[in-house]
Write a protein that binds this ligand. Structure first.
Ligand code: HEC
Length: 299
């Protein structure tokens, strides 16, 4: 009897029915997440502040194209409260003491035909700043569109949702306004799907961003898990490709999806996070030459 039971578990794992991918076979992609301060969509798309606007708009240059190499320097300047951009704006009026400007993250992704898996690994930077979210040492949030459904996301990733009137941002009118998309609309797919891991909670958070940020409604995120070994964090997501809940994009092989992610490190919240530049992914679809594109292969 015992033998039979062991055999059937082995068969399930080998068949991949419930197994996570073998991450040692998935190509890692290094990304630098940086501290953006109050660098909202309005700021980055305003030419007097940011001389690159004509290149972004006319030449369709992505943020990553210009900033993959210097994101660490940008974060370093902003977090220290130094003036940046052509307008020499201070994008962090309250520099958090001791906070680093950027963190290198290793990103991996794979799928198995019915589910998609994401893995993020980084070393926790030095902490010690105010605990704004005492319940969660770490939150990792990923957003993606429905394959070109959010205007500008192919260039700027999550910046489409980040505005100067959000809570803790420059023109905030209240402490409640959260991420939103101009003319965001669930029915036409003009929204960012949002998945989140919270270190202080077991349940995965599956929401979306339209005219406001919604932290529930999704049914696609099966697992959001994380662990800290020594100083190293590993967070993984397991999500159905099909989606099906409110604010769930279906992920299919014929599209290219725009995404970005953010890490709230050291018990922080709101804008006091590290963010990635905008990236793209497709399923089993090589796209050589596009620097910020990731081909997610079937395992
Ligand atoms: C064509 C290249 C290019 C693109 C594309 C680009 N930038 Fe920049 N960015 C620059 C340059 C050059 C500066 C330096 C200041 C200036 O000239 O405005 C800069 C400055 C910045 C700064 C201030 C930090 C500093 O050192 O001055 C931020 C923040 C920033 N960019 C974010 C973004 C984001 C977000 C995007 C995508 C929406 C983006 N950039 C797209 C070239 C680019």
């Amino acid at each position: 009897m015992k033998k039979i039971a062991l055999f059937s578990i082995g068969a399930l794992v080998a068949g991949g029915a419930f197994a996570a991918p073998d991450w040692s076979k998935v190509p890692p992609r290094k990304m630098t997440l940086f501290y953006p301060g109050q660098a909202s969509l309005e700021w980055v798309m305003n030419k007097p502040d940011h001389s690159a606007v004509p290149d972004i708009v006319d030449k369709k240059r992505s943020c990553a194209k210009c900033h993959e190499g210097d994101a660490n320097e940008i974060g370093g300047k902003i977090v220290a409260g130094k003036p940046v951009g052509s307008s020499k704006t201070v994008l962090e009026p309250t520099p958090p003491a001791g906070k680093v400007g950027s963190i290198p993250v290793t990103f991996q992704a794979a799928h198995d035909g019915s589910k998609i898996y994401f893995r993020f690994e980084w070393v926790a930077p030095q902490g010690g700043t105010k605990k704004l979210d005492a319940k969660n040492e770490v939150k990792l949030t990923m957003m993606f569109d429905g394959g070109g459904t959010v205007e500008g996301a192919e260039l700027n990733g999550c910046w489409a949702t980040c505005h100067s009137d959000l809570r803790t941002m420059k023109d905030a009118k209240d402490d409640k306004t959260t991420k939103h998309i101009k003319n965001g609309d669930l029915a036409s797919g003009k929204f960012m799907d949002l998945i989140q891991y919270r270190s202080g909670e077991k349940a995965p958070v599956d929401g979306y961003v339209t005219e406001a940020r919604h932290m529930d409604g999704g049914k696609a995120l099966l697992k959001a898990e994380g662990k800290k070994e020594g100083n190293k964090w590993v967070v993984t997501f397991e999500r159905t490709l099909a989606g099906g809940g409110k604010g769930d994009h279906a992920l299919t092989a014929d599209k290219v999806y725009n995404f970005g992610f953010a890490i709230h490190e050291d018990f922080t919240n709101a804008r006091f996070h590290y963010v990635s530049l905008g990236y793209q992914f497709g399923l089993d679809k090589p796209n050589p030459g596009v620097k910020n594109y990731i081909d997610i292969q079937k395992q």
